[in-house]
Design a protein around this ligand. Structure first.
Ligand code: NAI
Length: 364
């Protein structure tokens, strides 16, 4: 290091916005499933923290956990497999914190983490607007056949047959899970588009009730609505929340939107529903088996997942590859919150964004 560089570092230590000097706040962190955008936003946020970050493209799972040896903190994303075997290897290698750079925590064995003394943090609310806006985008695109129309126009096919949509205004829509994201979606649909909004949650949001949102159990909701959008977390309780029976009980031609977690829907049942016409259209940003597909360029590969390939054959299905979170604002907020969690563990301070098995069992 040159004298100038050393000087710059010392000066920076005095002005770290998160307390402590650069050296005392520094903690070694291994980032898994790294993409260029993760690196860009984490490096930018780390100027305010000074952690020592190493990036790995590999997905974290039992077979790659050895890469994390000696790193007190490990940072993972939605499709890393942080099961008991992985956590055992991490704990053995000295890891004290697994920081999820996402809101969902279904891919981590929280009981095993607690047993092994590994704390788990997530980013509960980095930008609910990002996901809510994307959800509304999917609804509009699917409802008015915009992707199909664009494909036609690119081939100079300006025929309109098959592109008839329906007004959203006045339609009955169901929002399952009215937390941060679901509440924004419910508001946009109610106030922006004049939908009749039904909602289902363990706790009612009085702010939504005040604007005319009506709460109902999920089974009642499904029987009444033309469109259902899912915003609850994936837990053992919500796995396959939308299954064969519920789809059969829904209104014929129901539109199904999922930007939460793939396994909220039984995909085989969804395909059956699409084939029979019981399900009218589907937009998904998440998929049950997405870990083998999403976030990679597989355009030169033969996809082995026949269920996913079948989904792609329907003209009334729109799929994106888990990108609802992907905005500048969200990526900055994720990076800031993740590095703040690392700093808290380093300082022995309470972990603000901790997630525990007890919270999951409580369903929130
Ligand atoms: P949140 O915790 O603010 O809200 C979740 C809501 O679901 C809570 O109100 C909770 O009471 C409710 N809930 C729990 N169990 C339920 C059940 N059985 N039935 C009905 N409601 C239930 O979470 P937030 O921030 O709104 O995120 C929701 C989900 O969105 C996350 O769990 C995550 O899986 C997903 N997500 C997807 C992203 C993407 O890029 N596609 C990005 C961020 C989050």
């Amino acid at each position: 290091m040159t004298g100038d560089a050393a000087m710059r570092d010392e000066t920076a230590a005095d002005v770290l916005p998160h307390g402590g000097s650069r050296l005392s706040a520094a903690m070694r962190m291994a980032v898994f499933s790294t993409k260029a955008y993760d690196r860009r936003f984490l490096d930018a946020a780390n100027r305010g923290f000074g952690h020592q970050i190493d990036y790995f493209e590999a997905r974290l799972e039992a077979s790659t956990a050895a890469l994390a040896e000696g790193y007190a903190a490990v940072c993972v994303f939605v499709n890393d497999r942080v099961d008991a075997a992985t956590l055992k290897a991490l704990a053995k290698g000295g890891t004290r914190l697994v920081a999820l750079r996402c809101a969902g925590y279904n891919n981590i064995d929280l009981d095993a983490a607690e047993r092994l003394g590994v704390a788990v943090a997530r980013v509960p609310a980095y930008s609910p607007e990002a996901v809510a806006e994307f959800t509304v985008g999917l609804i509009l695109a699917l409802n008015r056949n915009i992707p199909r129309a664009w494909n036609r126009v690119r081939e100079n096919n300006f025929a309109l047959d098959g592109l008839i949509g329906r007004n959203l205004s006045g339609r009955r829509v169901g929002v399952v899970g009215t937390g941060r994201i679901g509440a924004l979606v419910a508001r946009a649909l109610r106030l922006g588009f004049g939908c009749q909004v039904l909602a289902s949650d363990l706790v009612e949001d009085p702010g939504l009730v005040a604007i005319g949102v009506r709460y109902a159990p999920v089974d009642d909701l499904l029987r009444e609505v033309d469109l259902i959008t899912l915003h609850c977390p994936l837990t053992p309780r919500t796995r396959h929340l939308i299954d064969r029976d519920r789809l059969a009980a829904a209104r014929t031609g129901v539109m199904v939107i999922n930007t939460s977690r793939g396994a909220l829907i039984d995909t085989a049942a969804l395909i059956e529903g699409l084939k029979s016409g019981q399900v009218g259209s589907v937009a998904l940003d998440v998929y049950e088996q997405e870990a083998d597909l999403f976030f990679e360029d597989l355009s030169n590969e033969i996809i082995q997942d026949d269920v996913f390939q079948r989904l792609l054959t329907f003209p009334n299905v729109l799929i994106t590859g888990h990108q609802a979170f992907l905005t500048e604002e969200a990526l900055s907020a994720i990076a800031e919150a993740t590095l703040a969690s690392v700093a808290e563990v380093e300082a022995g301070a309470p972990l603000t964004r901790q997630v525990t098995a007890r919270q999951v069992r409580g369903g929130s």
